[in-house]
Ligand binder design. Sequence first.
Ligand SMILES: NC(=O)C1=CN([C@@H]2O[C@H](COP(=O)(O)OP(=O)(O)OC[C@H]3O[C@@H](n4cnc5c(N)ncnc54)[C@H](OP(=O)(O)O)[C@@H]3O)[C@@H](O)[C@H]2O)C=CC1
Ligand SMILES: CC(C)CCC[C@@H](C)[C@H]1CC[C@H]2C3=CC=C4C[C@@H](O)CC[C@]4(C)[C@H]3CC[C@]12C
Length: 484
Amino acid sequence: MSTAAGMRPRRQSSGSSLPPSGRRSSVSLRDVQVAQALVAQQTNKMWSNQISKSFGLFPGRQTWGPALLVVVGPLFVIVYNYAIVELDGSIKKLYLELQTNGIVTSICKMWPSCRDLIAWKIIGIFIGLQLVLSRILPGDQVRGPTSPAGYIPTYTLNGFSCFLLTALLYVLGVFLRLYKGSIIWANFGPILSSMNVLVFALCFLLYIKGLYLPTGPDHGTMGNPLFDFYWGTELHPKILGWDVKQFLTCRVGMTFWGLYIISAVLTQIEWDGYLSDGLLASAGLQLVYVIKFHWWESGYVQTMDMQHDRAGFYRVWGALVFVPAVYFSPVSFLVIHPSSIGRHTAILAFVFGVICTMMTYDIDRQRELFRAAGGNKKIWGRDPYFITAKYKTESGETKANLLLGSGWWGISRHFHFVTELGVALSWIIPVWTKHPLPYLCLPFITCLLLDRAYRDEARCLSKYGPYWLQYCNKVPDLILPGVF
Ligand SMILES: NC(=O)C1=CN([C@@H]2O[C@H](COP(=O)(O)OP(=O)(O)OC[C@H]3O[C@@H](n4cnc5c(N)ncnc54)[C@H](OP(=O)(O)O)[C@@H]3O)[C@@H](O)[C@H]2O)C=CC1
Ligand SMILES: CC(C)CCC[C@@H](C)[C@H]1CC[C@H]2C3=CC=C4C[C@@H](O)CC[C@]4(C)[C@H]3CC[C@]12C
């Protein structure tokens, strides 16, 4: 492994399993501590300023952001889904509907009835199946990164087999005429409405659990009950052996996404006897995305999402209600409005989306494998530039992580966000309508990733101090190479 200066690095005297940085670091631990104190002070100020300036989804100290989202969010997803399915995705039609009947009357009319309990049956059977499969199917046991309080989470990586078996069982049920293939698509409104109720109950349970019955040491209050409910009171909650965040995001949210896509495709075939090019492209791309996600589960459990975001309303409602309403909407719209983009454009959109999806996978995988190899891995056939970044855990223990500065991670510090946006763009190209609502997932994901990039920068700066500054010096672009 060559260093940036071409010298062979020597193994660190501390017996660390990590090789010294790709560029010999003359920074002493004392320097790091002083720099980190300054950095933490600046970071907190920058972060709270940045977050408080952000569009309020992820506030710093204000409680108006959480209050707004906890109240307005559940209403928004119901109205949004109604507009996609009943109003052609038209803001003008939605405005006229709300103006003609009044907001309260309109929302009551839009609110799906759950009286027939079919939605609750679908949710109950689906979640029950995921609880069983995630427990009985074999999968590698892996450990996540050490948490700030020194806790090491463990995960069972059987997501891909759970997803595959669930999808096969769903199609088998259709084949055996137990239910119609359209059953999920046709009951999506009631499912969203029921999930709103279920998630609120679950988030309240997690709020209490994090305060009084935590699984690990990473828990506690931030002094504001609404803030705690929104952001969560526990980082790695487990209930009866299930990791809550992994189960809800991977086994419920991302697996249900795959079933929804299959149901949407079967719905159009049931209705029209054929599959439009637009739906085939968008649904196919989202299915590729879901399959990639489950295939990459070993990487997902290492991400900021799993390792730094607590299990609160933001994470749980986001994954189980907001994603289905907004991320599924291009496919929801295309079931009813066969796109007119034509086969060639559909094929181009599909190829573009698959390339972006595979690039995102390769970017995340490159970092994952590099760290797993302890830095002893060539990147794109060459010895990589990397930094062995030291940091202190909450218990005062000094540890180190590798920051890769080569390959995809030498292009910009979050290049995978560029390809992620390319994926979202490919989902909406087949929509091809003049009405804006079915395109919402792209601007939302853009804002979400921008916020995450800033939040992640603040966190890494606070965690790694001068080592992160060294990385920023080597890789100056945050997301878009040569732009910012
Ligand atoms: N479609 C969507 O809505 C969203 C999709 N995503 C996707 O999820 C995936 C994960 O993204 P996300 O969770 O935001 O971020 P990641 O967790 O993938 O990356 C951030 C973390 O990675 C580590 N890291 C940062 N730079 C380096 C480096 N140069 N070398 C090694 N490790 C580094 C740091 O963690 P550490 O403390 O370990 O050093 C940092 O906190 C991406 O593919 C993203 O596109 C994410 C959010 C939303
Ligand atoms: C509207 C607000 C309450 C904010 C809701 C935010 C959520 C929709 C998103 C927060 C974290 C997001 C995700 C993280 C990482 C992912 C890996 C990627 O490969 C697939 C998507 C995802 C699970 C993504 C989904 C949206 C969030 C849950």
